[in-house]
Design a protein around this ligand. Structure first.
Ligand SMILES: [Zn+2]
Length: 465
């Protein structure tokens, strides 16, 4: 345990001792957290309705509230990235203000005893004209530059170097294989990706010898020609292959290089579907893969995505409250069984996903905690004491009919939570729930507003009968 992890563990224990809600759901002497790193990656590249929900539009105060909430939930690491159109040396006050806010946030995160991470891209560069502010990523104003063409590697590395220097106090960096990034020229491959890993590891070692650099193999399949030719199935197959190439190379990479894996094959409905069901999906990473990483003295980080929150590319699920406590628990239990002890989840619209954040914080410390109890504790946090049971029921209905569940092939669906409500009853019950006047955790926005978002979300769940 590093000093920072120790301080974070103490902070969490102190928060649990002083918080009635937290105390309800954990034993008096909190056991050692199952995951040493319990992180959340923030994606702030999308617009949303209502616009106040989009971190793209946030300033320091929103972020500060978010950090205090995360810490109270038990999260001990946060991670940011340079969003798609922002991949350039900043040329507007808008970009410079974002960076200034984030640097202030880095200080706060450290004061709170948490880690700060920064995710770096490789070949992607903004095409937004200098002096014009970048914006929401659906504008798609960016391109990739093949690093084999003269000058491109240096040009793209310079952008990463700028962000590494800016956030030199970060505890860890990630080199994100693709999406955005990668190269589909047909000549480039994993070796070209590793060129970025090596170069950024060397920069990190100079700037901050304590910082780790995780090679994140998310979409590493996009370092080949026509990666989608064989559909998503091929992409997931190549993710296994590409990740194993990175593992094989780890021993020859600088000592500060570690590995982050998306672990799609363990939890993602799209992967299960592509392989014809969960039972037919290959297990990856295997215990042998992870043991190989450990034997090289390197760490593994599970960089899991979409369970806590979904993105704008799946419109039905975008911009609504999600409740996925069963699936978060299932994923964390699998990772724990695989002896992975660093995990990062994701948030796109953090204020909507208070429930999943609360659950992730608890489960990443104690993955075997009972799911029903977490939902009840969260209901107690948000609802007036007289309406706690009603919110508990509504959340169970939402959980049983979530979009994640909807996408899951039959053999991947987890047993539903006990709930007797129909959709109409859930909507009616939600209408009458009053907010908790005295929440005992520092919510990042008022419980009354979250309940309004919950009601709006139930109306949006058109796939659920
Ligand atoms: Zn190329």
């Amino acid at each position: 345990m590093t000093r920072r992890e120790f301080v974070a563990a103490c902070a969490v224990t102190a928060a649990a001792a002083s918080s009635p809600t937290a105390a309800l759901s954990s034993a008096p002497a909190a056991p050692k957290p199952a995951f040493a790193m319990r992180g959340v990656y923030f994606h702030d590249g999308f617009a949303a309705e209502p616009s106040r929900h989009a971190p793209l539009n946030w300033h320091y105060p929103e972020w500060e509230r978010q950090m205090r909430w995360m810490r109270a939930c038990g999260v001990n690491a946060v991670e940011f990235a340079t969003m798609l159109e922002f991949n350039r040396i900043p040329s507007t006050d808008f970009e410079r203000k974002k960076i200034a806010d984030r640097l202030k946030l880095l200080e706060l995160v450290h004061k709170l005893g948490m880690q700060f991470g920064y995710l770096l891209t490789n070949t992607v560069v903004s095409t937004v004209p200098d002096g014009e502010a970048p914006g929401a990523q659906l504008g798609n104003r960016a391109k990739t530059l093949c690093p084999r063409e003269p000058g491109n590697f240096e040009k793209t590395l310079d952008i990463a170097r700028f962000y590494m220097k800016t956030y030199r106090e970060a505890d860890f960096f990630e080199q994100f294989a693709a999406d955005w990034g990668g190269c589909e020229c047909g000549k480039c491959g994993v070796g070209d990706y590793l060129r970025y890993v090596r170069a950024q590891a060397e920069i990190a070692a100079e700037l901050n010898p304590k910082a780790k650099l995780f090679a994140d193999t998310w979409c590493i399949a996009f370092w080949r020609k026509n990666p989608m030719e064989g559909g998503w199935r091929a992409v997931f197959d190549h993710e296994i292959e590409g990740t194993r190439e990175v593992i094989a190379a780890l021993g020859s990479l600088p000592k500060n290089v570690h590995i982050a894996m998306p672990c799609h094959h363990l939890y993602r409905p799209l992967a299960f579907k592509e392989y014809g069901g969960k039972a037919k999906t290959p297990v990856f990473p295997t215990k042998a893969d992870l043991a190989k990483v450990r034997s090289l003295g390197r760490d593994t980080l599970a960089w899991t995505h979409f369970v806590m929150d979904d993105d704008a590319y799946r419109p039905p699920a975008w911009g609504i409250v999600h409740c996925e406590v069963r699936y978060i628990a299932d994923l964390l239990r699998k990772l724990k069984a695989a002896e992975v002890n660093r995990v990062v989840g994701n948030l796109y619209l953090p204020m909507l996903q208070l429930g999943n954040t609360f659950a992730f914080g608890k489960l990443s410390r104690e993955p075997d905690m009972e799911v029903g109890k977490i939902v009840s504790d969260f209901a107690s946090l948000m609802a007036h004491p007289a309406d706690r049971a009603a919110l508990d029921d509504v959340l169970r209905w939402m959980e049983n009919h979530s979009y994640w569940q909807e996408q899951m092939p039959e053999d991947g669906k987890l047993p539903p939570m006990e709930c007797s409500l129909s959709k109409e009853e859930a909507i009616r019950a939600a209408d009458a729930i009053r907010p908790n006047p005295k929440p005992d955790l520092p919510l990042p926005y008022p419980a009354a507003d979250w309940l309004a978002d919950l009601r709006r979300s139930l109306g949006r769940m058109t796939w659920a009968a």
